[in-house]
Write a protein that binds this ligand. Structure first.
Ligand code: ATP
Ligand code: MG
Length: 468
């Protein structure tokens, strides 16, 4: 206290204020680690991916669903698996002012399943939903791995036939192809039903127990609780031990085996290439039977972020969350950051170049007194021209003067603004054109510098034909 008091009296007040404010400002001007601002081409790529997904999913009978970004914490804690990475390490959980424990959603499925139950939609099955939006996981940020990231995903409720697994995978494959990512490789596996998994769990535990001294700390802990999760480990020491472990396919029940055979045969006959990866388990507890991932090997994503889309069947989830029993479900989610980093720029349509509309003030005649009146006439023209072009689907930006009306350099400045925004044309209107009647404008092609006087209706037609 004494030291602080001495400091306060010996330090000039201004300096104290400055050092606090610069530190605070520095912090304020930084986004939270692992979270990003998106604008320009970056956000345009996200929009394009979501639009592609939405259009495609609706052709398969899916409707959009949005659910809150915050859910009661138990929506995730009780469903994703207490021992999963997501619940164990990655949740953003806090107690709100009313004392409720809330969690920022780390994925879409649990919240949408909660919504199905809350809205009594289990009476109206089947239901197909697609969604997109931000998810939150407290992970170590890397290429293609953020703490706030976006997913596009789909969920099908109330269909148990294996053909619906095939259709859901086919939708995923078509979605990736529509983004130009046909190189993404499909890996598929069956986790089997409860009985299959119980048999396998025992065999795997026996095998891993003999190698327990070589396992990572996390895997050792999981050995007694949930040995299947060890198959999903990214630790090299675990991967080495897993090389010779028993495979799930040897423990599938007859029903699960036939179900999986149906799916692989159907995929082959539909010419959807895949490999069966007997070690594919997925990170969340709610999966059973079919699980799948689409992987890309690309240096832009780093070695552990190659999975761009992943999903599976989760028939038990609705009941586990308090809904009726026997509601079969399957879905997948794709990570937009990863997809967007892989996009070929040529595949993303660029924005139409805007047309710049310029009100040309008359420097000779504009006295201080009539400047405002002239501006009113001028800008009502400018607005009328702009809205008429917008109604015809042309992207228009008005180039406002930067200083007082009547400045000699004004037109030059407005034209250079138009070049800066990459406008294709400038459509100019000034007192000369206004005097000639309401329909005349001067049109300049900003690439060729060609100019001509046009009737506004013809200009719109001209511009539209140039856009095609
Ligand atoms: P990973 O093994 O890469 O951690 P995951 O199994 O945890 O992925 P899922 O829960 O299946 O991921 O989510 C589906 C998709 O969402 C992933 O395939 C990936 O494309 C994307 N995704 C998951 N976590 C992140 C993240 N932290 N940042 C960016 N994208 C992510
Ligand atoms: Mg993960």
């Amino acid at each position: 206290m004494a030291t602080l008091a001495r400091k306060l009296t010996t330090t000039p007040a201004g300096n104290l204020y400055r050092s606090f404010s610069s530190r605070a400002h520095k912090e304020m001007a930084r986004p939270v680690r692992g979270m990003k601002d998106r604008f320009g081409d970056d956000i345009r790529r996200f929009q394009w991916i979501n639009e592609k997904g939405a259009r495609l999913a609706s052709l398969y009978g899916f409707d959009q669903i949005t659910t809150p970004i915050l859910e009661h914490s138990n929506v995730f804690e009780r469903t994703l698996g207490e021992d999963s990475d997501v619940v164990g390490k990655e949740l953003y959980t806090f107690v709100d002012k009313g004392g409720d424990s809330l969690t920022l959603r780390p994925e879409g499925t649990a919240g949408i399943t909660r919504s199905l139950i809350s809205n009594n939609l289990c009476q109206e099955l089947p239901r197909r939903f697609y969604y997109f939006g931000p998810m939150f996981r407290h992970e170590r940020p890397q290429k293609g791995r953020l703490r706030q990231f976006e997913q596009f995903g789909v969920e099908v409720y109330g269909e148990s036939h294996p053909a619906s697994d095939v259709e859901t995978i086919e939708l995923a494959s078509t979605f990736l192809k529509s983004l130009g990512l046909e190189s993404a490789a499909l890996e598929i596996n069956s986790l089997g039903d409860d009985a299959s998994r119980q048999n396998y769990r025992n065999a795997l535990r026996d095998y891993l127990t003999t190698y327990s001294s070589g396992l990572s700390q996390d895997s050792l802990r999981r050995l007694s609780i949930n040995p299947l999760r060890i198959l999903d480990s990214k630790e090299p020491q675990d991967i080495a031990i897993l090389g010779n472990c028993p495979v799930l396919s040897d423990y599938l029940s007859e029903f699960s085996r036939q179900r999986f055979a149906f799916i692989t045969e159907a995929l082959s006959s539909m010419n959807i290439p895949f490999t069966v990866n007997p070690r594919l388990v997925r990170g969340l507890d709610y999966y059973q039977d079919t699980v799948f991932e689409f992987k890309v090997s690309s240096t832009v994503l780093g070695t552990q972020q190659g999975t761009v889309l992943a999903g599976g069947r989760y028939d038990g989830l609705v009941e586990k969350m308090g809904g009726p029993s026997g509601v079969s479900s399957i879905g997948w989610a794709a990570g937009l950051e990863r997809l967007s980093m892989l996009l070929n720029e040529h595949d993303v349509p660029s924005l139409a170049r805007p047309v710049a509309v310029i009100g040309v003030a008359d420097p000779e005649t504009a006295s201080a007194d009539n400047a405002v009146a002239l501006s009113t006439t001028l800008y009502s023209h400018v607005m009328a021209i702009s809205s008429s072009m917008r109604q015809q689907g042309i992207r228009v930006e008005v180039m406002y003067p930067t200083s007082t009306a009547g400045s000699k350099n004004q037109l030059k400045k407005q034209l250079s603004k138009a070049t800066k925004i990459n406008a294709s044309h400038a459509v100019m209107v000034g007192s000369d054109e206004i005097k000639m009647g309401t329909s005349w404008v001067r049109c300049k092609d900003l690439d060729t510098a060609e100019q001509k006087l046009c009737l506004i209706d013809n200009v719109i037609e001209d511009l539209q034909s140039l856009r095609k």
